[in-house]
Write a protein that binds this ligand. Structure first.
Ligand code: SAM
Length: 290
């Protein structure tokens, strides 16, 4: 069965009484070359977590390449269809679940004990960033995270300080790993075609993060606050998000790190954020001791 053939996809959907559900971001890939290239991009992994199996085209290609595939799918209606399309792929476990409500640590604990685990997915557009943040915040040591996402979101993830697309998500991601843009996928390669083009990116996660803030929570808060008020200078932006110190104290902390008071978050690298966050954390601790 060719799971990338539009007619085949439509026929099986209709046999199982299903329609494409927009609210779940159901745009299925119809280009086998693209599906195979995505599946190839996690080489070295033993287990793959796939998010959003759809009708199983990527799941099937992953099953040919990796020891075990755990495929999550939110849509209950697709589960019997996936049982049918993946009948011969004995190394696949399809689980009906919403990834955002799933404890991935519990789900994958056995897999991490047995080998290397990576994530591979054609992500639903409506929820791309929350899923990426969930994967990173889980603290799980994935080898890599390969995802197909909206081209515009890929621009943001791969941006550098000073680029107009650079934002809190970029800084956050680059703390965890390096984002590699693999290839572009035009909208015409999906059924139904979405309104935008897509890009496949791979986030190669650091085993040992090069930047080590003293207090991770403060570091994340500083990044969020810096971009919460994007047009403001860093002292103004941070004073709106960090209530423990006054604006004057925050400005002093920024100056003590060697930055000028009119710097803006959009020009700062992860290293810069870590040094400001460390200084703010130290000054807050000191203030609390007094
Ligand atoms: N992997 C298939 C492909 O490449 O053709 C389908 C990809 S489609 C863009 C996204 C899939 O994710 C859909 O099947 C959708 O039902 C599923 N999905 C959407 N939200 C989800 C969630 N929160 N958790 C798990 N799966 C979800």
């Amino acid at each position: 069965m060719n799971l990338c053939d539009p007619k085949t996809i439509k026929d099986i959907m209709s046999i199982f009484g299903l329609t494409f559900r927009k609210e779940f971001g159901q745009n299925f890939l119809t280009d086998i070359g693209t599906v195979q290239s995505i599946a190839d991009s996690c080489l070295g992994a033993d287990t793959i977590l796939e998010i959003g199996a759809g009708c199983g085209s990527l799941t099937h290609e992953l099953a040919q390449r990796y020891r075990h595939v755990i495929a999550l799918e939110i849509d209950k209606g697709l589960i019997p269809l996936l049982k049918y399309t993946l009948e011969d792929d004995k190394n696949v476990d399809v689980i009906q679940a919403d990834v955002t409500k799933t404890d991935l640590g519990v789900l994958l604990s056995e897999e991490f004990r047995n080998g290397k685990v990576s994530v591979c997915a054609n992500l639903p557009y409506y929820i791309t960033t929350p899923i990426l943040l969930q994967l990173l915040e889980s603290g799980l040591s994935f080898e890599c995270i390969t995802v197909m996402i909206q081209a515009e979101v890929a621009d943001r993830l791969c941006a550098k300080p000073g680029d107009s697309e650079y934002g809190s998500v970029t800084a956050f991601m680059s703390y965890f790993g390096k984002c590699e843009r693999l290839f572009e996928v035009p909208a015409c390669r999906f059924l139904p075609p979405p309104k935008v083009d897509s890009t496949v990116v791979r986030l190669n996660l650091y085993k040992d993060k090069p930047v080590k803030p003293v207090n991770e929570e403060t570091f994340f808060r500083v990044i969020r606050a810096a971009f919460g008020q994007r047009r403001k200078t860093l002292p103004n932006a941070l004073s709106a998000g960090i209530s423990e110190l006054s604006k004057a104290e925050i400005t002093e902390a920024i100056l003590a790190c060697g930055y000028s008071a009119d710097i803006r978050g959009e020009r700062m690298s992860v290293e810069d954020f870590a040094s400001v966050a460390d200084e703010i954390f130290r000054r807050t601790e000191k203030k609390n001791e007094q």
